[in-house]
Design a protein. Structure first.
Ligand SMILES: NC(=O)C1=CN([C@@H]2O[C@H](COP(=O)(O)OP(=O)(O)OC[C@H]3O[C@@H](n4cnc5c(N)ncnc54)[C@H](OP(=O)(O)O)[C@@H]3O)[C@@H](O)[C@H]2O)C=CC1
Ligand SMILES: Nc1nc(=O)c2c([nH]1)NC[C@@H]1CN(c3ccc(C(=O)N[C@@H](CCC(=O)O)C(=O)O)cc3)C=[N+]21
Ligand SMILES: [Mg+2]
Length: 291
């Protein structure tokens, strides 16, 4: 048996097309959503993401504002830039690419962003709103994973979901979203004992570990839905956190890397920018772009 391939690339293209339609309607009312992306330092992987974010932002008809700062920029200068972007009515979304250089206090920088413009959903107010079931900006990668899961499975209610990884940007918000959809959620991390057995009970596995091919084929429950968030550069190219070739023999459905979660992250960033724009203008949330 071979798993169904969950085509994140195609889903993301469809999502961007829907966003483009909404943007066109907003522009007819004189509103053009604007996204500011701030990159501190010259990390090559980050530069690739920032470039493709900029291109796709323009493709859906939004304005893209890129700010590149040298790695040794004082934190005060970054905070001053964030203040200017917070105050600028042409900017609806602000993303500060992570990780930041070591001399910066990541939490202080993130929490300086206006929560209404926090399209990453990393500000403590948005984290708290998501955790308490209030209207929030939701982190892009988990939102993209949720969309793929709902599209493939329909209801997630009562499913056993295992999230491997507990980072603030993927694992924890992913667990919150699955819980909101009434899955029974387990979060695993580096101190988890007996991970293979936990995994064998999971109807849904979301792998966000950062280790190439870490999740083995014989950990997968027959028919399970496997979402691979991992992006690992190896000698044989980009691979996920799941041993894809083995897992696809047992899984019911699986996302590939590349072409799975990655494109959904960028599409959801644009979805969040649109959501931030409609909210600041007192308009109702766009259909199907929020959780
Ligand atoms: N496709 C996309 O759009 C995105 C992809 N990514 C990718 O997803 C992956 C995860 O990213 P991120 O969450 O930022 O990573 P982090 O490094 O911040 O977190 C990794 C998590 O994995 C856990 N972990 C590490 N080793 C093990 C182990 N042996 N067993 C179980 N758990 C383990 C860690 O546990 P502990 O907390 O105990 O240390 C930690 O919670 C990376 O490959 C990243 O590149 C990230 C963001 C977006
Ligand atoms: N503030 C902030 N927000 C983020 O959302 C954020 C971040 N910082 N720092 C880094 C991670 C990583 N991330 C990815 C985005 C797109 C792809 C993506 O498009 N991947 C393609 C392949 C791209 C390639 O070939 O390298 C794919 O999986 O098909 C991957 C990873 C967003 N992140
Ligand atoms: Mg991290």
């Amino acid at each position: 048996m071979t798993a169904t391939l969950i085509d994140g690339k195609a889903f993301a293209a469809d999502l961007r097309a829907r966003i483009a339609t909404e943007v066109e309607a907003m522009k007819a009312q004189g509103i053009t959503p604007g996204l500011a992306v701030v990159l501190v330092g010259e990390d090559p992987a980050s530069q690739v993401y920032v470039r493709s974010k900029g291109r796709m932002t323009r493709e859906v008809g939004m304005n893209s504002h890129e700010h590149r700062l040298p790695a040794e920029t004082p934190q005060a200068d970054l905070l001053a830039l964030i203040d200017r972007l917070n105050a600028d009515p042409a900017i609806n979304g602000i993303l500060v690419q992570l990780p930041l250089p070591r001399h910066m206090d990541e939490a202080a920088v993130i929490n300086a962003i206006d929560p209404a413009k926090d399209v990453d959903g990393f500000h403590i107010l948005n984290v708290g709103r998501l955790a308490t079931g209030q209207k929030a900006m939701v982190p892009c990668t988990p939102l993209g994973c949720l969309m793929l899961l709902r599209n493939h499975l329909g209801s997630l209610s009562g499913k056993n979901a295992l999230v491997i990884g507990r980072s603030n940007i993927v694992g924890k918000p992913m667990a919150q979203l699955l819980l909101r959809d009434s899955a029974t959620v387990t979060i695993a991390h580096s101190r988890t004992t007996n991970l293979p057995d936990l995994c064998r009970q999971a109807d849904i596995v979301v792998a966000a570990v950062g280790l190439a091919r870490f999740v083995k084929g014989d950990w997968i429950k027959p028919g399970a839905t496997v979402i691979d968030v991992g992006i690992n550069r190896t000698d044989d190219g980009l691979v996920g956190d799941v041993d894809f070739d083995a897992a696809k023999q047992t899984a019911g459905a699986i996302t590939p890397v590349p072409g799975g979660v990655g494109p959904m992250t960028i599409a959801c960033l644009l979805a969040n920018t649109l959501t931030a724009t409609v909210r600041v203008n007192g308009l109702p949330d766009p259909e199907g772009l929020t959780p």
